[in-house]
Design a protein around this ligand. Structure first.
Ligand code: ZN
Length: 395
């Protein structure tokens, strides 16, 4: 373990490094920290003191030790700071302030058209964030990072959306730079499906290392967590499965210019269109879900077929990535087991037995909170990294 006992421009300080052992919230003693790091007890004690001075670590009452002895165990203090999490959708915006464990302290959701452009949407976000922080009685200096999800491809390293099809005015817009004119903290931006994968994992599968989150809504996309890490790929579009061709759709045109894309067959609008061609009076994916919930057989069959189409593409993903969980979310997942059953039918029959032996294909547990929860995770992960803790200590 690298030992840099004083923070410097060149490295990570000892305290921020030690903090990495404490950020999981599990209480530890100075002795166990010394054992884990190989550092002297006195060094550990000094670093724990520094983390307590920052408020990031707090003594934890020890059931075994009573009678006025000083506390011997320490853990992350989630209340020490706050992060802001924003889920900016095509037609809605959801904003939450959470603590450092991702617990939502205050939340706001509004109808918002992303096509209003970045300055209008981000301006609303900044104003709403300041209002929420004030409502909580927190100081805006408690805010340590902001995570933002947007409905389009993002160059994650710069936080700039790249040719997002439904976000006019946002192409290559410097989202972090604009937000930081108002809130001077790190700003992390990613596409909505990636952050939904992070949120789903944090809520329902915290110990799962290999998870694919599939969003089925107006479009279809997936977020991939492999080896415990979100996989963005070279251009930030890893998991973009909506334009993979499925056999059944040979002649169906897609808005991307190709034919037979998964999205042209199995998205909400595509299912609605297929039903209209059968004479069913239905306009949107949401109306399809309503029909399914009322037990309409045509709608149920169409949704189940969409599940099979999605399963066809996911079978290839299972071979490539070998996930242990596939979580299906997005507005069409509200159709429930009918969509999932179609996915399972194809994936379980077409995949190699070993790949599906322990594979769970389930409805998203985080549901409509997946994105805002994932945006919080993105912000927290950055804020609690060694670099993030060093930056806090220097403030
Ligand atoms: Zn397409």
């Amino acid at each position: 373990m690298v030992d840099i006992s004083r923070g410097s421009a060149l490295g990570i300080s000892g305290a921020s490094e030690l903090f990495q052992l404490l950020r999981d919230g599990v209480p530890r003693t100075r002795a166990s920290l010394a054992l884990a790091t190989g550092l002297a007890r006195s060094t550990v004690a000094a670093r724990v003191d520094e983390l307590m001075r920052l408020g990031l670590v707090t003594p934890v009452s020890d059931a075994a030790s009573t009678g006025g002895r000083p506390p011997s165990q320490f853990a992350l203090n989630p209340a020490a700071r706050i992060v802001l999490a924003a889920d900016l959708g095509a037609s809605h915006a959801s904003l939450a302030v959470t603590d450092l464990a991702g617990s939502v302290l205050a939340q706001r959701r509004e109808r918002m058209d992303i096509a209003q452009g970045p300055e209008a949407v981000l301006g609303w976000m900044v104003d709403a964030a300041l209002a929420l922080i004030a409502e909580l009685g927190r100081d805006r200096r408690d805010l340590v990072a902001i995570g933002i999800g947007v409905p389009g491809p993002v160059e994650h390293s710069t936080g700039r959306p790249v040719n997002p099809p439904i976000m006019p005015g946002w192409n290559r817009f410097d989202v972090p730079g604009w937000v930081q004119q108002h809130l001077e903290v790190p700003v992390l931006v990613d596409n909505d499906v990636n952050i939904m994968a992070l949120g789903e994992r944090a809520l329902a599968w915290p110990h799962v290392e290999h998870l694919v989150f599939v969003k089925v809504a107006t479009g279809i996309g997936s977020g991939i967590i492999s080896g415990g890490l979100l996989q963005r790929g070279a251009q930030g579009i890893a998991g973009d499965i909506g334009h993979v061709r499925v056999a059944r759709g040979a002649d169906v045109p897609c808005h991307c210019g190709n034919r037979g894309c998964l999205e042209a067959l199995a998205s909400g609008p595509a299912i609605a269109r297929a039903l209209r061609e059968q004479g069913v009076d239905v306009r949107t994916g949401g109306e399809v879900v309503d029909l399914v919930k009322r037990g309409d057989l045509d709608a149920i069959q169409a949704v189940r077929q969409a599940g099979r189409d999605i399963g066809e593409v996911l079978t290839a993903c299972v071979s490539l990535i070998n996930p242990s969980v596939i979580a299906i979310g997005g507005s069409m997942a509200r159709a429930g087991e009918h969509l999932i059953a179609g996915v399972r039918e194809v994936v379980y029959t077409r995949s190699m037995p070993l790949a599906t032996e322990h594979l769970a294909i389930v409805q998203s547990a985080a549901a409509e909170n997946a994105a805002v929860l994932g945006a919080a995770m993105l912000a927290i992960h950055h804020a609690l990294s060694p670099e993030g803790i060093d930056a806090l200590a220097a403030r």
